[in-house]
Design a protein around this ligand. Structure first.
Ligand SMILES: [Zn+2]
Length: 514
Protein backbone atom coordinates (compact mmCIF):
# COMPACT_ATOMS: atom_id res chain seq x y z
CA UNK A 1 0.00 0.00 0.00
CA UNK A 2 2.60 2.54 1.11
CA UNK A 3 4.86 1.99 -1.88
CA UNK A 4 1.92 2.18 -4.27
CA UNK A 5 0.12 5.22 -2.89
CA UNK A 6 2.75 7.01 -0.81
CA UNK A 7 0.18 7.17 2.02
CA UNK A 8 0.18 5.27 5.27
CA UNK A 9 -3.15 4.37 6.89
CA UNK A 10 -3.62 5.56 10.46
CA UNK A 11 -6.71 4.65 12.45
CA UNK A 12 -7.86 7.32 14.87
CA UNK A 13 -10.77 7.73 17.27
CA UNK A 14 -13.31 10.30 16.07
CA UNK A 15 -13.53 13.42 18.23
CA UNK A 16 -16.77 14.78 19.76
CA UNK A 17 -16.06 18.22 18.33
CA UNK A 18 -14.62 18.39 14.81
CA UNK A 19 -11.68 20.73 14.39
CA UNK A 20 -12.22 23.09 11.46
CA UNK A 21 -8.51 23.86 11.42
CA UNK A 22 -7.47 20.23 11.00
CA UNK A 23 -10.11 19.66 8.30
CA UNK A 24 -8.91 22.69 6.34
CA UNK A 25 -5.28 21.64 6.66
CA UNK A 26 -6.04 18.09 5.51
CA UNK A 27 -7.99 19.41 2.54
CA UNK A 28 -5.18 21.76 1.52
CA UNK A 29 -2.51 19.10 1.91
CA UNK A 30 -4.56 16.73 -0.19
CA UNK A 31 -5.08 19.13 -3.09
CA UNK A 32 -1.42 20.17 -3.06
CA UNK A 33 -0.01 16.66 -2.75
CA UNK A 34 1.73 16.64 -6.16
CA UNK A 35 3.39 19.97 -5.45
CA UNK A 36 4.30 18.75 -1.97
CA UNK A 37 5.91 15.51 -3.06
CA UNK A 38 8.06 17.46 -5.55
CA UNK A 39 9.01 19.82 -2.75
CA UNK A 40 9.86 16.93 -0.40
CA UNK A 41 12.03 15.39 -3.12
CA UNK A 42 13.97 18.65 -3.46
CA UNK A 43 14.38 18.92 0.30
CA UNK A 44 15.71 15.35 0.39
CA UNK A 45 18.28 16.16 -2.31
CA UNK A 46 19.35 19.27 -0.38
CA UNK A 47 19.81 17.32 2.84
CA UNK A 48 21.91 14.60 1.25
CA UNK A 49 24.08 16.95 -0.85
CA UNK A 50 27.83 16.23 -0.69
CA UNK A 51 29.44 17.71 2.41
CA UNK A 52 31.96 20.53 2.02
CA UNK A 53 34.19 19.52 4.90
CA UNK A 54 34.37 17.15 7.84
CA UNK A 55 35.45 19.90 10.26
CA UNK A 56 33.04 20.57 13.06
CA UNK A 57 32.36 24.14 14.03
CA UNK A 58 29.07 25.15 15.61
CA UNK A 59 27.80 28.64 16.44
CA UNK A 60 24.61 30.16 17.70
CA UNK A 61 23.43 33.67 16.84
CA UNK A 62 20.85 35.17 19.16
CA UNK A 63 18.19 37.01 17.14
CA UNK A 64 15.41 37.41 19.70
CA UNK A 65 14.18 36.18 23.08
CA UNK A 66 17.50 36.44 24.90
CA UNK A 67 17.45 38.42 28.18
CA UNK A 68 13.79 39.01 27.34
CA UNK A 69 10.50 37.18 26.81
CA UNK A 70 9.13 37.50 23.29
CA UNK A 71 10.31 37.16 19.63
CA UNK A 72 12.20 33.92 20.30
CA UNK A 73 14.57 33.28 17.42
CA UNK A 74 18.11 32.03 16.86
CA UNK A 75 20.35 30.78 14.10
CA UNK A 76 22.36 27.59 14.49
CA UNK A 77 25.23 27.42 12.01
CA UNK A 78 27.89 24.91 11.08
CA UNK A 79 30.25 24.75 8.07
CA UNK A 80 27.50 23.01 6.19
CA UNK A 81 24.19 24.27 7.47
CA UNK A 82 22.11 27.15 8.69
CA UNK A 83 19.07 26.33 10.82
CA UNK A 84 16.66 28.95 12.11
CA UNK A 85 15.08 27.95 15.42
CA UNK A 86 11.74 29.56 16.32
CA UNK A 87 10.56 32.78 14.73
CA UNK A 88 8.33 34.76 17.07
CA UNK A 89 7.17 38.27 17.80
CA UNK A 90 7.24 40.28 21.01
CA UNK A 91 3.62 41.21 21.82
CA UNK A 92 4.76 43.82 24.39
CA UNK A 93 6.10 46.43 21.95
CA UNK A 94 5.25 48.14 18.68
CA UNK A 95 8.81 49.23 17.86
CA UNK A 96 9.91 46.99 14.95
CA UNK A 97 13.51 46.74 16.21
CA UNK A 98 12.18 45.34 19.49
CA UNK A 99 9.12 43.48 18.24
CA UNK A 100 10.63 41.19 15.59
CA UNK A 101 13.65 38.87 15.38
CA UNK A 102 16.84 40.60 14.19
CA UNK A 103 17.16 38.57 11.00
CA UNK A 104 18.68 41.67 9.40
CA UNK A 105 21.59 41.43 11.81
CA UNK A 106 22.21 37.74 11.00
CA UNK A 107 23.14 38.85 7.49
CA UNK A 108 21.74 35.83 5.66
CA UNK A 109 19.42 35.42 2.72
CA UNK A 110 16.39 33.16 3.12
CA UNK A 111 17.77 30.89 0.37
CA UNK A 112 20.72 30.03 2.59
CA UNK A 113 18.51 28.54 5.30
CA UNK A 114 18.35 24.73 5.35
CA UNK A 115 15.37 24.57 7.67
CA UNK A 116 13.25 26.35 10.25
CA UNK A 117 12.56 24.40 13.43
CA UNK A 118 9.61 25.39 15.61
CA UNK A 119 9.45 24.39 19.29
CA UNK A 120 5.76 25.18 19.84
CA UNK A 121 2.82 27.15 18.50
CA UNK A 122 2.74 30.28 20.72
CA UNK A 123 3.03 33.62 18.89
CA UNK A 124 6.25 34.55 20.65
CA UNK A 125 7.75 31.51 18.87
CA UNK A 126 5.81 31.47 15.56
CA UNK A 127 4.31 34.95 15.04
CA UNK A 128 6.96 36.04 12.52
CA UNK A 129 7.16 32.72 10.65
CA UNK A 130 4.64 33.55 7.89
CA UNK A 131 6.63 36.72 7.12
CA UNK A 132 9.51 34.51 5.93
CA UNK A 133 7.18 33.15 3.24
CA UNK A 134 6.05 36.64 2.32
CA UNK A 135 9.72 37.28 1.49
CA UNK A 136 10.10 34.05 -0.43
CA UNK A 137 11.41 31.36 1.93
CA UNK A 138 11.16 28.04 0.09
CA UNK A 139 12.60 25.53 2.53
CA UNK A 140 10.98 23.23 5.08
CA UNK A 141 9.62 23.89 8.56
CA UNK A 142 9.86 21.16 11.16
CA UNK A 143 7.49 20.93 14.11
CA UNK A 144 5.47 18.27 15.94
CA UNK A 145 2.16 17.01 14.54
CA UNK A 146 -0.21 19.09 16.74
CA UNK A 147 1.97 22.20 16.42
CA UNK A 148 0.91 22.60 12.78
CA UNK A 149 -2.85 23.07 13.42
CA UNK A 150 -2.14 24.98 16.63
CA UNK A 151 0.13 27.52 14.98
CA UNK A 152 -2.19 27.75 11.98
CA UNK A 153 -5.02 28.70 14.31
CA UNK A 154 -2.89 31.20 16.23
CA UNK A 155 -1.37 32.82 13.13
CA UNK A 156 -4.77 33.29 11.46
CA UNK A 157 -6.16 34.73 14.66
CA UNK A 158 -3.32 37.27 14.81
CA UNK A 159 -4.44 38.56 11.37
CA UNK A 160 -7.98 39.02 12.71
CA UNK A 161 -6.79 40.74 15.89
CA UNK A 162 -4.60 43.14 13.88
CA UNK A 163 -7.52 44.00 11.58
CA UNK A 164 -9.83 44.55 14.57
CA UNK A 165 -7.31 46.95 16.08
CA UNK A 166 -6.93 48.83 12.79
CA UNK A 167 -3.35 47.66 12.28
CA UNK A 168 -1.96 46.28 9.04
CA UNK A 169 -1.31 42.57 9.61
CA UNK A 170 2.31 41.45 9.23
CA UNK A 171 1.37 38.77 6.73
CA UNK A 172 -1.62 37.47 4.79
CA UNK A 173 -3.66 34.27 4.86
CA UNK A 174 -1.75 33.18 1.77
CA UNK A 175 1.52 33.24 3.73
CA UNK A 176 -0.06 31.14 6.50
CA UNK A 177 -1.20 28.63 3.88
CA UNK A 178 2.33 28.45 2.57
CA UNK A 179 3.61 27.71 6.10
CA UNK A 180 1.17 24.81 6.20
CA UNK A 181 2.30 23.41 2.83
CA UNK A 182 6.00 23.56 3.65
CA UNK A 183 5.73 22.03 7.11
CA UNK A 184 7.05 18.58 7.83
CA UNK A 185 5.53 17.38 11.07
CA UNK A 186 7.28 14.81 13.24
CA UNK A 187 6.21 12.68 16.19
CA UNK A 188 8.16 12.88 19.46
CA UNK A 189 11.22 10.64 19.33
CA UNK A 190 11.60 10.44 15.53
CA UNK A 191 15.19 11.05 14.37
CA UNK A 192 15.30 13.14 11.19
CA UNK A 193 18.13 14.48 9.05
CA UNK A 194 17.44 18.16 8.45
CA UNK A 195 20.73 19.14 6.78
CA UNK A 196 23.95 17.38 5.68
CA UNK A 197 25.34 17.42 9.23
CA UNK A 198 22.38 17.93 11.60
CA UNK A 199 19.82 15.46 12.92
CA UNK A 200 16.76 16.63 14.86
CA UNK A 201 14.66 14.87 17.52
CA UNK A 202 11.66 16.42 19.28
CA UNK A 203 10.66 15.37 22.79
CA UNK A 204 7.82 16.36 25.12
CA UNK A 205 8.38 19.76 26.81
CA UNK A 206 5.17 19.63 28.89
CA UNK A 207 4.28 23.27 28.08
CA UNK A 208 1.36 23.19 25.61
CA UNK A 209 -0.04 20.63 23.18
CA UNK A 210 2.81 19.46 20.93
CA UNK A 211 5.43 21.63 22.65
CA UNK A 212 8.88 20.22 22.11
CA UNK A 213 12.42 20.34 23.36
CA UNK A 214 14.64 20.18 20.27
CA UNK A 215 17.69 17.95 20.26
CA UNK A 216 20.22 18.75 17.51
CA UNK A 217 22.81 16.09 16.89
CA UNK A 218 25.61 17.77 14.95
CA UNK A 219 28.20 16.04 12.75
CA UNK A 220 29.28 12.52 13.57
CA UNK A 221 28.70 12.86 17.27
CA UNK A 222 30.73 16.08 17.41
CA UNK A 223 28.22 18.06 19.39
CA UNK A 224 24.74 17.74 20.89
CA UNK A 225 22.70 20.86 21.45
CA UNK A 226 19.37 20.76 23.28
CA UNK A 227 17.00 23.72 23.23
CA UNK A 228 14.33 23.20 25.90
CA UNK A 229 11.79 25.56 24.32
CA UNK A 230 9.18 26.63 26.87
CA UNK A 231 9.43 23.95 29.51
CA UNK A 232 7.19 22.49 32.19
CA UNK A 233 9.16 20.09 34.33
CA UNK A 234 6.19 19.02 36.42
CA UNK A 235 2.97 17.18 35.67
CA UNK A 236 -0.25 19.01 34.80
CA UNK A 237 -3.75 17.66 34.12
CA UNK A 238 -3.08 17.88 30.37
CA UNK A 239 0.53 16.84 29.96
CA UNK A 240 3.20 14.59 31.36
CA UNK A 241 6.28 16.29 32.77
CA UNK A 242 8.96 17.29 30.22
CA UNK A 243 11.32 14.53 29.05
CA UNK A 244 14.94 14.91 30.06
CA UNK A 245 16.50 11.61 29.09
CA UNK A 246 18.65 12.75 26.14
CA UNK A 247 21.36 10.24 25.23
CA UNK A 248 23.89 13.09 24.98
CA UNK A 249 23.81 16.83 25.47
CA UNK A 250 26.89 19.03 25.73
CA UNK A 251 25.17 22.40 25.36
CA UNK A 252 21.79 23.09 26.92
CA UNK A 253 19.77 26.20 26.12
CA UNK A 254 17.13 26.60 28.81
CA UNK A 255 14.28 29.06 29.28
CA UNK A 256 14.04 31.16 32.46
CA UNK A 257 10.57 32.75 32.47
CA UNK A 258 10.43 32.00 36.21
CA UNK A 259 14.19 32.04 36.77
CA UNK A 260 14.31 34.35 39.80
CA UNK A 261 14.82 32.79 43.24
CA UNK A 262 11.46 34.07 44.46
CA UNK A 263 9.68 32.45 41.49
CA UNK A 264 8.46 29.46 43.43
CA UNK A 265 5.02 28.24 42.41
CA UNK A 266 2.66 26.65 44.88
CA UNK A 267 2.08 22.93 44.47
CA UNK A 268 -0.73 21.83 42.18
CA UNK A 269 -2.95 20.92 45.17
CA UNK A 270 -2.33 24.34 46.72
CA UNK A 271 -2.98 26.28 43.55
CA UNK A 272 -6.15 24.31 42.78
CA UNK A 273 -7.30 24.98 46.35
CA UNK A 274 -6.60 28.72 46.00
CA UNK A 275 -8.36 28.81 42.65
CA UNK A 276 -11.47 27.10 44.02
CA UNK A 277 -11.61 29.39 47.10
CA UNK A 278 -11.06 32.53 45.03
CA UNK A 279 -13.69 31.65 42.41
CA UNK A 280 -16.19 30.49 45.08
CA UNK A 281 -15.80 33.76 47.00
CA UNK A 282 -16.73 35.88 43.96
CA UNK A 283 -19.51 33.57 42.75
CA UNK A 284 -21.11 33.42 46.20
CA UNK A 285 -21.15 37.25 46.31
CA UNK A 286 -23.03 37.21 43.02
CA UNK A 287 -20.01 38.41 41.04
CA UNK A 288 -18.44 37.35 37.79
CA UNK A 289 -14.97 35.89 37.43
CA UNK A 290 -13.19 36.92 34.23
CA UNK A 291 -10.17 34.83 33.28
CA UNK A 292 -8.14 36.33 30.41
CA UNK A 293 -6.56 33.27 28.92
CA UNK A 294 -4.48 32.17 25.96
CA UNK A 295 -6.73 29.92 23.85
CA UNK A 296 -4.11 27.27 23.79
CA UNK A 297 -3.15 25.19 26.81
CA UNK A 298 -4.16 27.07 29.96
CA UNK A 299 -7.79 27.25 28.83
CA UNK A 300 -8.03 23.48 28.44
CA UNK A 301 -6.14 22.92 31.69
CA UNK A 302 -8.61 25.14 33.59
CA UNK A 303 -11.56 23.44 31.89
CA UNK A 304 -10.32 20.13 33.31
CA UNK A 305 -9.99 21.65 36.79
CA UNK A 306 -13.40 23.39 36.74
CA UNK A 307 -15.15 20.28 35.43
CA UNK A 308 -13.58 18.02 38.04
CA UNK A 309 -14.30 20.32 41.03
CA UNK A 310 -17.83 21.23 39.96
CA UNK A 311 -18.67 17.56 39.48
CA UNK A 312 -17.28 16.83 42.94
CA UNK A 313 -19.36 19.68 44.44
CA UNK A 314 -16.35 21.71 45.65
CA UNK A 315 -16.86 24.52 43.18
CA UNK A 316 -20.14 26.47 43.22
CA UNK A 317 -22.12 25.47 40.14
CA UNK A 318 -22.37 28.41 37.74
CA UNK A 319 -22.36 28.73 33.99
CA UNK A 320 -18.91 28.77 32.40
CA UNK A 321 -18.61 30.74 29.16
CA UNK A 322 -15.72 30.50 26.76
CA UNK A 323 -15.06 32.68 23.77
CA UNK A 324 -12.40 33.23 21.17
CA UNK A 325 -11.06 30.04 19.59
CA UNK A 326 -10.91 28.18 22.89
CA UNK A 327 -13.35 25.55 21.60
CA UNK A 328 -11.37 25.14 18.37
CA UNK A 329 -8.15 24.70 20.37
CA UNK A 330 -9.99 22.15 22.54
CA UNK A 331 -11.00 20.20 19.43
CA UNK A 332 -7.35 20.08 18.37
CA UNK A 333 -6.38 18.74 21.82
CA UNK A 334 -8.95 16.01 21.49
CA UNK A 335 -7.58 15.08 18.06
CA UNK A 336 -4.13 14.23 19.43
CA UNK A 337 -4.71 12.10 22.53
CA UNK A 338 -1.25 10.53 22.12
CA UNK A 339 0.26 13.93 23.04
CA UNK A 340 -1.76 14.24 26.28
CA UNK A 341 -0.96 13.00 29.80
CA UNK A 342 -1.25 9.23 30.11
CA UNK A 343 -4.35 9.12 32.36
CA UNK A 344 -6.22 11.70 30.28
CA UNK A 345 -5.32 9.86 27.08
CA UNK A 346 -6.69 6.62 28.47
CA UNK A 347 -9.89 8.36 29.59
CA UNK A 348 -10.47 9.69 26.07
CA UNK A 349 -9.46 6.54 24.19
CA UNK A 350 -10.95 3.80 26.32
CA UNK A 351 -13.97 5.31 28.12
CA UNK A 352 -17.04 7.31 27.21
CA UNK A 353 -16.10 9.98 29.75
CA UNK A 354 -14.53 12.87 27.89
CA UNK A 355 -13.80 15.88 30.10
CA UNK A 356 -13.36 18.11 27.03
CA UNK A 357 -17.06 17.65 26.33
CA UNK A 358 -18.49 18.68 29.72
CA UNK A 359 -22.04 20.03 30.14
CA UNK A 360 -20.90 23.03 32.25
CA UNK A 361 -19.37 24.84 29.31
CA UNK A 362 -21.09 27.15 26.85
CA UNK A 363 -19.09 28.40 23.93
CA UNK A 364 -20.04 31.89 22.73
CA UNK A 365 -19.93 31.63 18.96
CA UNK A 366 -20.92 35.20 18.02
CA UNK A 367 -20.65 38.56 19.74
CA UNK A 368 -24.51 38.79 19.85
CA UNK A 369 -24.55 35.83 22.21
CA UNK A 370 -22.40 37.67 24.79
CA UNK A 371 -25.48 39.10 26.47
CA UNK A 372 -26.15 35.74 28.06
CA UNK A 373 -22.77 35.87 29.79
CA UNK A 374 -23.09 39.55 30.71
CA UNK A 375 -26.57 39.23 32.28
CA UNK A 376 -26.90 39.80 36.05
CA UNK A 377 -25.75 36.87 38.09
CA UNK A 378 -22.60 34.93 38.85
CA UNK A 379 -20.65 33.13 36.16
CA UNK A 380 -17.13 32.28 35.03
CA UNK A 381 -15.92 33.75 31.73
CA UNK A 382 -12.79 32.54 29.98
CA UNK A 383 -11.85 34.56 26.93
CA UNK A 384 -8.82 35.37 24.78
CA UNK A 385 -6.37 37.04 24.63
CA UNK A 386 -4.48 36.11 27.76
CA UNK A 387 -2.71 39.44 28.24
CA UNK A 388 -5.71 41.71 27.54
CA UNK A 389 -4.08 42.71 24.24
CA UNK A 390 -7.13 42.53 21.97
CA UNK A 391 -9.60 39.70 21.46
CA UNK A 392 -13.09 39.22 22.90
CA UNK A 393 -11.78 39.38 26.49
CA UNK A 394 -11.73 43.18 26.16
CA UNK A 395 -15.52 43.32 25.67
CA UNK A 396 -16.01 41.36 28.88
CA UNK A 397 -13.30 43.40 30.61
CA UNK A 398 -15.28 46.63 29.96
CA UNK A 399 -18.29 45.16 31.77
CA UNK A 400 -16.53 43.26 34.52
CA UNK A 401 -13.81 45.75 35.59
CA UNK A 402 -15.98 48.63 36.92
CA UNK A 403 -17.90 46.58 39.53
CA UNK A 404 -16.43 45.77 42.94
CA UNK A 405 -18.31 42.48 43.05
CA UNK A 406 -16.32 41.03 40.17
CA UNK A 407 -12.84 39.61 39.84
CA UNK A 408 -10.20 39.35 37.14
CA UNK A 409 -8.09 36.26 37.61
CA UNK A 410 -4.79 35.95 35.75
CA UNK A 411 -3.46 32.44 35.31
CA UNK A 412 -0.75 32.98 32.69
CA UNK A 413 2.43 35.01 32.41
CA UNK A 414 1.89 38.75 31.71
CA UNK A 415 4.61 40.18 29.46
CA UNK A 416 6.03 43.62 30.33
CA UNK A 417 4.27 46.38 28.41
CA UNK A 418 0.97 44.51 27.91
CA UNK A 419 -2.32 45.77 29.34
CA UNK A 420 -2.63 42.60 31.41
CA UNK A 421 0.63 43.46 33.12
CA UNK A 422 -0.55 47.04 33.85
CA UNK A 423 -3.84 45.82 35.34
CA UNK A 424 -2.01 43.22 37.40
CA UNK A 425 0.49 45.83 38.61
CA UNK A 426 -2.40 47.87 40.05
CA UNK A 427 -3.53 50.38 37.41
CA UNK A 428 -6.96 51.63 38.42
CA UNK A 429 -7.78 53.09 35.03
CA UNK A 430 -6.90 51.96 31.50
CA UNK A 431 -7.95 53.04 28.03
CA UNK A 432 -9.31 50.60 25.49
CA UNK A 433 -10.10 51.14 21.82
CA UNK A 434 -13.86 50.76 21.38
CA UNK A 435 -15.67 49.15 18.44
CA UNK A 436 -16.06 52.51 16.64
CA UNK A 437 -12.33 53.22 17.03
CA UNK A 438 -12.86 55.70 19.89
CA UNK A 439 -10.78 55.45 23.04
CA UNK A 440 -12.81 54.37 26.08
CA UNK A 441 -11.52 54.90 29.61
CA UNK A 442 -12.30 51.94 31.88
CA UNK A 443 -12.22 52.24 35.67
CA UNK A 444 -10.99 49.14 37.43
CA UNK A 445 -12.87 48.66 40.70
CA UNK A 446 -13.04 44.89 40.69
CA UNK A 447 -10.43 42.83 42.47
CA UNK A 448 -7.51 41.34 40.57
CA UNK A 449 -5.54 38.26 41.43
CA UNK A 450 -2.90 36.08 39.84
CA UNK A 451 -2.26 32.40 40.24
CA UNK A 452 1.12 31.10 39.04
CA UNK A 453 0.77 27.38 39.62
CA UNK A 454 -1.31 26.81 36.48
CA UNK A 455 1.52 28.14 34.39
CA UNK A 456 2.85 26.01 31.56
CA UNK A 457 6.34 27.09 32.60
CA UNK A 458 8.62 25.53 35.19
CA UNK A 459 9.21 27.51 38.36
CA UNK A 460 12.73 28.18 39.69
CA UNK A 461 12.92 24.87 41.55
CA UNK A 462 11.69 22.86 38.57
CA UNK A 463 14.23 24.53 36.26
CA UNK A 464 17.02 23.72 38.72
CA UNK A 465 15.99 20.09 39.16
CA UNK A 466 15.75 19.67 35.38
CA UNK A 467 19.36 20.90 35.01
CA UNK A 468 20.37 18.66 37.90
CA UNK A 469 19.04 15.62 36.00
CA UNK A 470 21.10 16.50 32.92
CA UNK A 471 24.16 17.61 34.83
CA UNK A 472 26.47 14.60 34.27
CA UNK A 473 26.33 15.19 30.52
CA UNK A 474 26.50 18.97 30.36
CA UNK A 475 29.45 21.12 29.41
CA UNK A 476 27.69 24.43 29.08
CA UNK A 477 24.31 25.99 29.82
CA UNK A 478 22.95 29.01 27.98
CA UNK A 479 19.92 30.77 29.49
CA UNK A 480 17.25 32.58 27.47
CA UNK A 481 13.51 33.42 27.45
CA UNK A 482 13.35 35.45 30.67
CA UNK A 483 13.57 39.06 31.77
CA UNK A 484 17.24 40.02 32.10
CA UNK A 485 17.33 39.69 35.90
CA UNK A 486 15.76 36.22 35.75
CA UNK A 487 18.18 34.98 33.09
CA UNK A 488 21.10 36.25 35.13
CA UNK A 489 19.83 34.73 38.34
CA UNK A 490 19.21 31.31 36.83
CA UNK A 491 22.60 31.33 35.09
CA UNK A 492 24.45 32.19 38.29
CA UNK A 493 22.47 29.64 40.35
CA UNK A 494 23.31 26.88 37.85
CA UNK A 495 26.97 27.88 37.86
CA UNK A 496 27.15 27.96 41.66
CA UNK A 497 25.21 24.77 42.34
CA UNK A 498 26.44 22.54 39.52
CA UNK A 499 29.82 24.05 38.54
CA UNK A 500 28.89 24.26 34.88
CA UNK A 501 29.91 27.12 32.59
CA UNK A 502 26.85 29.32 31.99
CA UNK A 503 26.05 32.35 29.84
CA UNK A 504 23.00 34.54 29.50
CA UNK A 505 23.53 36.43 26.25
CA UNK A 506 21.46 39.29 24.95
CA UNK A 507 19.94 39.63 21.51
CA UNK A 508 22.53 40.10 18.73
CA UNK A 509 25.33 38.01 20.14
CA UNK A 510 27.26 35.19 18.49
CA UNK A 511 28.30 32.20 20.61
CA UNK A 512 30.74 29.53 19.53
CA UNK A 513 29.45 26.14 20.75
CA UNK A 514 32.26 24.05 19.25
ZN1 LIG B 1 5.03 29.26 25.05
Amino acid sequence: MVSKTGWRVRIRKATTIQSQTIQTINYNLKISSTERSKHLQQIGEQIFRPKLSEDAEVSLMTLGGFSQVGRSCMLLTTHESKILIDCGINPGTKNPLEAYPRLDWANITLDELDAVVISHAHLDHTGFLPVLFKYGYKGPIYCTEPTLPMMNLIQLDAIKVAAAQGRIPLYSERDVKQVMKQTISLAYGTVTDISPDIKLVFSNAGHILGSASCHFHIGNGNHNFVYTGDLKYGKSMLFDSASWNFPRVETLLIESTYGAKEDIQSTREEVEGTFIRSVNETLRNGGKVLIPIPAVGRAQELMMVIDQYMKAGHLTEAPVFTEGMISEATAIHESYPEYLARDLREKILSTEENPFDSEYFTNIEHSDAREEALREGPCIIMATSGMLEGGPVLEYFKHVAPSQKNKILFVSYQVNGTMGRRVLDGSRQVSVVGKDGKIEVININCSTEKLDGFSGHSDYNQLMSYVHKLRPKLRRVIVNHGERRKCENLASSIHRMFRIATTCPQVQEGIRLL
